[in-house]
Design a protein around this ligand. Sequence first.
Ligand code: NIG
Ligand code: FE
Length: 397
Amino acid sequence: MSREVRTGSVVVDRIGELVTNDPTLGEGPLGIVRDAAVVVVDGVVTYAGPRAGAPVAEHAGRLDAQGAAVIPGFVDSHGHYVFAGDRAEEFAARMAGQPYTAGGIASTVRATREASDEDLAAGVGRLVREAALSGTTTAECKSGYGLSVVDEQRSLEIAGRHADEITFLGAHVVPQEYADRRDDYVALVAGEMLDACAPHATWIDVFCDRGAFDADEAREILRAGIGRGLMPRVHANQLQQGPGVQVAIEVGAASADHCTHLSDDDVEALAASDVVATLLPGAEFSTRAQYPDARRLLDRGVTVALAADCNPGSSYTTSMPFCIAVAVRDMRMTPSEAVWSATAGGARALRRSDVGHLGVGARGDLVLLDAPSHLHLAYRPGVPLVRSVFRAGARVR
Ligand code: NIG
Ligand code: FE
């Protein structure tokens, strides 16, 4: 269903600072090991620790890190890569004072429906490659700009050729042709569209917010998806306080995404649940909106993920280093928390235990930085610090 993983073998040696995200392997929550080496054989980590203890791995290429830092590949758990056209004019108008509304989605839906499969696939491939160049080794991708049975189904089928985790988002907004009969659209999404899309996805998502779907509609669609074997995740509380987070908790979602406008009850409910709060700094940056307060969530013990939310409307970036820098500067995260959230946090949001860390048995996804420490990702914003990227031990940069 999702893209094939090409595997390779490599020894990365003379690592000045290795972030494993495994506290049993090293210092602090990031499990930091200094003067380290990582060995990946046939796509899987077989050693991560001090250089001195590294086994000899025959047939594996050797990369000399020359004292630089290595971190796990980024796990970007939230992206909308299947679309045609762009909305640069809408962005420019916003920067001149227009507010962001979900209404702009309709123009991308028009362009996406008109595009050929080949053009859509080329666009997804381009964005997944772009993300990989900045260190993303696991990418989630949603439908949501087709909003008809045939266009949602083909969006998912195309996403599956390039991305790792595929999410059905037929409930992005109500398309214009259903504006006067939204109940019929909800029934379509939960019925015929779900039947066509479920074989091409692992996840189901609903945009539960102002201008999109209300709590009852979201519950109906998410429950129908769960009934078809999909796992739920929710676009929640982006534009205003509302029921999105509570719905996510009720249905046992892996993740509530955005979490920008939260009541105290929302924060307490998240803390008492195992729902990951996925924060998307690119969206607030590009809509000039209030940032979510990560500190408020972290201080209550909520698991926080960071993701890029790449889409042509609210956040046209694939760069996780950019998201880390913004999250540290404007969302009250420490640099170490932000790196954890962009790697291990993303893996939690996708319920993946094989990525987001570099312990033995993990997939060999790692990023060699042009910097001595992971702290530099926030400390040196906008600088291309990603020197080399390996996915399952195969070099992608
Ligand atoms: O996650 N919030 C809903 N969906 C996207 C934006 C979609 C668009 O504006 O095209 C998001 O930010
Ligand atoms: Fe989104």
